[in-house]
Unconditional design. Sequence first.
Length: 182
Amino acid sequence: MAEVSKVGSEYVGYEYKRKEILKEHASLYLDSYPCFGWEEDPNAEIAQERTQPGGYVTLNFRRDRKICNKVELTRLQRNFDGCILEIDRLEKSKATLATIAAMVIGVAGTACMAGSVFAVTAEPPLITLCIILAIPGFAGWIAPWFVYRVLVRKRAAKIQPLIEDEMEELYEVCRKGKDLLI
């Protein structure tokens, strides 16, 4: 008669977490969430099937419900998520002011060009006014590209140290989480 082995057959209850994140952060989450006791759920959809429109991915995690230091790990995980949001906000802020400035210049150039068109179609045509308004009009159409690039570069130089500080904080939070698991 065959004996039934009970070794290794303990039931482990898991809690599950589904996270929709930007595709560019997927590796960071997959590498960092194990520091908070989470592991990728092997029963979830495979990676190719979980891509969402808009550059988002859905990651599925699980962790043991009886994990030690669960409250502190959850607090560190929230801190990690907050750091990621702050990094995203800083990245978006690189182009915000530059976009606004470029659009204002482009609209001003368009207004000058409209004035130039109205000047040339007036009765009698005002050619001198047309030329005077056309020059800033063309400049207002060409300059936004250069203004945008310069402003983004300047803002990126100011923002990059802040992003690096946030990344250091991320790594510190993960290290603290990993220390709690051991």
